[in-house]
Design a protein around this ligand. Structure first.
Ligand SMILES: [Zn+2]
Length: 192
């Protein structure tokens, strides 16, 4: 393996949740794009991470723990004049947004929506939830709060929308907060 070469072997994408199949379907729906890199062996991730740090070059990644190494991420570019349409123009933004909206239909998250950077990067939405970015993890909801929510739901306890926070029993408050945080993470409302 050459650490300097990006793999475009889509068969190496994760079979977990059929990520590879969903990427294939997404590419078919959007003929204006093509994949530039999918599965990335850890050796290559280490090499990329060393660029601009221990060896000369431009910094191209901020992590050693990329979802590419799990076969759960793919980078794309566009056919045509601009490989990477300019996010600072309405036209460029619209081109990316169209592709990202289509990705969402295939359960694929867009890097730009997740952290406001890295537009070419797309990843399995379930993986975003399972391996949230660092800042998400710092706000992670503890397992016991999760259990509270499940127990509440099992007991058929719901919180009326008109209930003010001050009136709410603590366990309900925790459950409600947890529910919104969880939904927010899944929907990508919380940005890094
Ligand atoms: Zn990427």
């Amino acid at each position: 393996m050459n650490v300097k070469t990006a793999s475009r072997d889509w068969a190496l994408l994760s079979k977990e949740d059929n990520f590879g199949d969903r990427v294939d379907a997404w590419f078919l729906d959007n003929p204006e794009i093509f994949g530039t890199e999918g599965y990335r062996p850890q050796e290559r991730q280490n090499y990329l991470h060393s660029l601009g740090r221990t060896i000369a070059g431009k910094v191209v990644t901020w992590t050693l723990n990329s979802l590419h190494t799990k076969g759960l991420a793919v980078d794309i570019a566009f056919h045509g004049d601009a490989l990477y349409p300019n996010m600072n123009t309405e036209e460029g933004k619209a081109a990316w947004r169209k592709v990202a909206d289509s990705a969402a239909e295939h359960g694929i998250d867009w890097g730009w929506d997740l952290w406001g950077a890295d537009a070419p990067h797309f990843q399995d939405a379930e993986a975003t939830f399972t391996y949230p970015p660092k800042s998400y993890r710092e706000n992670a909801v503890p397992a016991w709060a999760n259990e509270f929510t499940d127990n509440m739901e099992a007991a058929g306890i719901s919180t009326p929308p008109e209930t003010t926070v001050g009136d709410m029993p603590l366990y309900q408050l925790i459950g409600v907060v947890h529910k919104y945080v969880k939904a927010g993470l899944k929907l990508g409302f919380f940005k890094t």
